[in-house]
Design a protein around this ligand. Structure first.
Ligand SMILES: *[C@@H]1O[C@H](CO)[C@@H](O)[C@H](O)[C@H]1NC(C)=O
Ligand SMILES: *[C@@H]1O[C@H](CO)[C@@H](O)[C@H](O)[C@H]1NC(C)=O
Ligand SMILES: *[C@@H]1O[C@H](CO)[C@@H](O)[C@H](O)[C@H]1NC(C)=O
Ligand SMILES: *[C@@H]1O[C@H](CO)[C@@H](O)[C@H](O)[C@H]1NC(C)=O
Ligand SMILES: *[C@@H]1O[C@H](CO)[C@@H](O)[C@H](O)[C@H]1NC(C)=O
Ligand SMILES: *[C@@H]1O[C@H](CO)[C@@H](O)[C@H](O)[C@H]1NC(C)=O
Ligand SMILES: *[C@@H]1O[C@H](CO)[C@@H](O)[C@H](O)[C@H]1NC(C)=O
Ligand SMILES: *[C@@H]1O[C@H](CO)[C@@H](O)[C@H](O)[C@H]1NC(C)=O
Ligand SMILES: *[C@@H]1O[C@H](CO)[C@@H](O)[C@H](O)[C@H]1NC(C)=O
Length: 734
């Protein structure tokens, strides 16, 4: 049934295309269309008139299809010939400049075809919400057009600090979309952005604007200062030129640290000499130099002031380390980066604290308290588990659960841990993972990328086997946390440790503890699956595809995700937010499930809306069932096959929930085969029990990947192809 109607629709579209095509080729420039009643609403008055040719050229220049001449031979341009056609005799006025042609009549206009088929330029373009790597833009439909299938947005780099040659970014959207977001831009770069309306394969006139992304944290790390001589309280150094691909190098900061304890410095407390004196810190900024001033050697300790920093005489000790910081400044944004010292380790000075007897006593008291509390909680949990089991037995008669045990609801306190683990829970946890020394973690606190359940997420780097691994750091202000929250947090950490070993689940690099803060470091990946899909929406002319990602790769990604989810469910965890946004792509192209529990990152300025991925029973807000994830997985597959489209893009956020409940499901794109789509449909069964498990989904998906050719999914470009729309504002809570 479904099949028949889509086929019918397809023929209908082909027929429409053909007839339109014929119309386009049969019209010629200057063809006389007919005589129409003069109606000058919705037309452009060019005021050049007098002959058909001048009017045709005038209208052609502004991309109008019809040159309309009437009322004393005035030239109008229109998208339609007119409303009311009248007999040819009504047009009886000869053109002033050529009396073999007709220029309308009394209350009548002669209409000619300019043969323009491409749409005119979009009316205006606005760029807003510019960040380091993204920007949003919106535009208004062109005034001159006959038919628009969509818009193409391109961004070209005009100026950048990076020396990589960056290719043109291209995004295509459907004709009902008037905004988009450009992702993965280079920080601190000037882009030339153009937008044009498209009409089948023809591209109309474009409008352009320029926009500059915000500068990023300097990269690479500043070079080492070369020490030439040391004379008493002075030191002669050479400062090598620094590079920065994310912005200008505006200033060089010279940092002195007195390394009696080899302790390095903490960026947050780094200040001028008087500040360090006042706070008893063994490090300070001694000078800030312009790029021009580093050509000659610099003398540290010469008692002058450089850009407000007093270059104090050095103490007479040998344990002095000097290092460099780069200040990058542009358009009132300032980003600073200090050299990662290779010679000396940078330690958190709070760490090697000697414990006083009082602290020990206090610690012991707290420990006893905690043990007592845990025992109490233990009893409670046992009690609850009993009650829960009893309920479960009653419930299972009516609705059998497919997973043998109740699943974990991470945000509720429903998590039930193994009995033995309760004693010294935290201690056990810590033994299971890498406790990273603070000095091996570099955290860019200025670069908050999102909010986690317990703290902000920032970008960071971890030194591991001599190399630096980028990481996402959740900064959890441990000390301020209430006990119940802390327990919950530790449980989530435990779940993450349990699951993150799986290759299709985001990896936990390790944790780091200081006396105030817990840092949980997750692997950082370049992009999410959603970003990758949107970026792949490009024409691959060589292979005649409309996607840069191959069909097999996408199917493999679905298999990866299903494997990760199978594992999560086997660990009794329900994800609840499964969508392409929450899948990360590792550098080697493996998809990993993220976005659950401690790995849930909420973007700073918007809240994702997962309604479009939510199963019908969850829309009615019943208890979470693992099969709700299967539904979401169906939506995720659809989202992946359509290269990042928004499910139900034709429904507003306020309507989508009720429509899903009434049976609306994402429709089958013509390039997704029936068997594959059938798999999605199975995930969207109303009865959760009828949906497959991830284990059976995996079995069904694998043959699609292994099958050669593109029978089930084909990204081969065809005439009239359009991407299913991606509507960013439908995917966030407004
Ligand atoms: C003139 O055209 C506009 C729209 O193009 C239409 O709404 C209006 O009814 C027309 N007026 C007459 C008198 O035909
Ligand atoms: C026709 O042209 C005259 C003057 O050129 C102008 O006053 C009048 O408004 C025009 N009428 C229409 C319907 O455009
Ligand atoms: C006048 O119009 C006729 C018919 O369109 C055309 O053939 C002729 O070249 C035109 N003459 C001038 C002087 O433009
Ligand atoms: C021109 O035609 C319109 C629509 O038929 C009519 O309303 C209007 O009165 C006419 N004007 C003149 C001057 O004939
Ligand atoms: C946009 O596309 C749809 C379907 O492709 C079409 O019905 C509609 O007329 C188009 N809109 C414009 C303004 O061309
Ligand atoms: C931006 O691109 C457009 C179209 O490609 C071009 O005409 C324009 O000169 C460019 N702008 C700048 C500032 O280079
Ligand atoms: C914009 O339009 C101009 C003129 O039609 C064309 O040369 C240029 O390539 C277009 N720019 C882009 C980026 O499409
Ligand atoms: C040193 O820094 C502190 C705070 O950062 C500031 O208040 C003070 O004015 C600075 N001292 C000098 C001499 O610049
Ligand atoms: C920028 O984004 C924020 C959050 O998404 C939004 O509230 C704000 O209105 C946006 N700014 C503009 C100019 O649209």
């Amino acid at each position: 049934m479904v099949k028949k109607t889509t086929m019918g629709k397809r023929y209908c579209i082909i027929y429409m295309l053909c007839s339109l095509y014929l119309r386009i080729v049969t019209a010629e420039r200057g063809t006389y269309i007919g005589c129409y009643v003069l109606n000058i609403t919705e037309v452009l008055n060019t005021h050049t008139g007098e002959s058909v040719d001048t009017c045709l050229s005038a209208c052609e220049q502004v991309y109008y299809k019809y040159a309309i001449i009437g009322n004393e031979s005035t030239c109008f341009c229109g998208n339609v010939p007119g409303q009311v056609k009248i007999p040819a005799e009504a047009c009886n006025t000869r053109c002033p400049k050529n009396d073999t042609q007709i220029c309308g009549g009394n209350n009548a206009t002669s209409v000619y075809d300019t043969d323009v088929t491409a749409p005119g330029p979009p009316n205006s373009m606005e760029v807003y919400n510019i960040t380091e790597t993204t920007l949003r833009l919106s535009w208004i439909q062109p005034s001159a057009y006959t038919f628009i299938t969509g818009y193409v947005v391109r961004a070209n780099i005009l100026q950048t600090y990076s020396d990589l040659s960056l290719s043109t970014l291209e995004v295509r959207v459907l004709n009902n979309t008037f905004f988009t977001e450009l992702l993965n831009l280079q920080p601190g770069s000037l882009y030339n952005i153009t937008i044009a309306a498209i009409n089948y394969d023809e591209e109309g006139a474009n409008i352009t604007t320029t926009a500059e992304t915000v500068i990023g944290t300097p990269s690479p790390s500043p070079p080492d200062i070369v020490v030439k001589e040391r004379h008493g309280d002075r030191m002669v150094v050479h400062i090598p030129e620094a590079k920065n691909v994310n912005g200008p190098v505006s200033l060089y900061r010279i940092v002195v640290s007195i390394e009696l304890y080899q302790q390095g410095f903490i960026v947050e407390t780094l200040g001028n000499y008087s500040y360090s004196e006042e706070h008893g810190l063994p490090y300070y900024i001694t000078a800030e130099l312009d790029p021009d001033d580093i050509k000659n050697d610099f003398i540290i300790g010469d008692r002058h002031t450089y850009n407000g920093f007093y270059n104090a005489p050095l103490p007479l000790t040998n344990d002095i380390d000097v290092s460099l910081g780069i200040v990058s400044e542009k358009n009132h944004v300032r980003k600073i980066r200090y050299a990662e010292s290779t010679k000396k380790i940078i330690l958190n000075i709070n760490e090697p604290e000697e414990s006083s007897p009082l602290v020990v006593a206090l610690g012991a008291a707290i420990a006893i308290g905690v043990v007592l509390l845990l025992i109490g909680i233990g009893f409670l949990i046992i009690l609850r588990k009993r009650i829960h089991m009893a309920r479960l037995q009653r419930g299972s008669q009516s609705m059998p659960l497919s997973l043998s045990e109740p699943c974990v609801e991470i945000e509720n306190t429903g998590y039930i841990e193994d009995e033995e683990e309760r004693v010294d829970y935290y201690g056990n946890l810590k033994r299971k993972l890498w406790n990273i020394p603070r000095n091996l973690i570099e955290i860019d606190i200025s670069c908050v990328v999102g909010l986690g359940s317990y703290g902000k997420f920032t970008k960071g780097k971890v030194t591991q086997h001599g190399a630096q691994t980028p990481g996402l750091v959740q900064v959890i202000p441990d000390r301020e946390m209430e006990k119940p929250d802390k327990k919950l947090m530790l449980q989530e950490l435990d779940l993450l440790i349990k699951t993150s070993e799986h290759e299709n689940i985001i990896s936990l690099i390790g944790i780091c503890e200081t006396n105030t803060t817990l840092f949980v470091i997750l692997e950082d990946t370049k992009q999410s699956l959603k970003e990758m899909l949107i970026q792949s929406r490009q024409r691959d002319l060589q292979n005649n595809k409309f996607s840069l990602v191959t069909e097999n790769k996408l199917l493999q990604i679905c298999v990866d995700i299903a494997r990760g989810m199978e594992y999560l469910h086997s660990a009794r965890i329900i994800h609840k937010r499964l969508s392409c946004r929450n899948i990360v792509m590792s550098d080697s192209g493996v998809a990993k499930v993220s976005g659950f529990g401690l790995a849930h990152i909420r973007p700073l300025h918007e809240t994702p809306d997962y309604t479009r991925w939510t199963s019908c029973e969850m829309l009615k807000q019943t208890r979470y069932n693992p099969k709700a994830d299967v539904w979401s997985f169906g939506c995720l597959m659809w989202e992946a096959f359509t290269l990042g489209a928004t499910p139900y893009f034709h429904s507003l956020n306020k309507d989508v929930g009720t429509r899903i409940l009434r049976g609306m499901r994402p429709s089958q794109p013509s390039y997704v085969g029936d068997e594959l789509f059938q798999l999605c449909l199975q995930c969207w069964q109303v009865d959760p029990d009828e949906r497959p498990t991830f284990t059976s989904l995996l079995q069904e998906l694998r043959p699609f990947v292994e099958a050669l050719g593109t029978r089930s999914l084909s990204f081969t470009h065809y005439n009239g192809f359009d991407y299913e729309p991606y509507v960013p504002q439908y995917e966030i809570v407004s």
